[in-house]
Design a protein around this ligand. Structure first.
Ligand code: ZN
Length: 83
């Protein structure tokens, strides 16, 4: 999977799930060492949690892992979400 395909598959998921997303971006960094020159960040909107990470955010170094985590987003009624 090249970088262009990666961007497309992530962008497609983003476009299809606007209700889940507060903010997201792709950052050039060395989060995954030599295996990936970038990482993908996403913060969920109030009321949703990434249950696979037990957190209100995703930080992954490739589209495959990002989409796997994105698939675990669920409604959330924690203190932070309901306040
Ligand atoms: Zn929550």
């Amino acid at each position: 999977m090249n970088t262009m395909d990666t961007a497309k598959s992530v962008q497609k998921w983003i476009d299809e799930h606007p209700d889940f997303i507060d903010d997201w971006w792709v950052e050039r960094d060395e989060f995954a060492g030599m295996t990936s020159p970038y990482s993908i960040w996403l913060y969920t909107k109030k009321g949703f949690i990434v249950s696979g990470m037990d957190a209100h955010l995703i930080h992954e170094s490739n589209a495959k892992d990002f989409l796997a985590m994105a698939a675990t987003i669920k409604p959330c009624d924690c203190e932070q979400c309901v306040s």
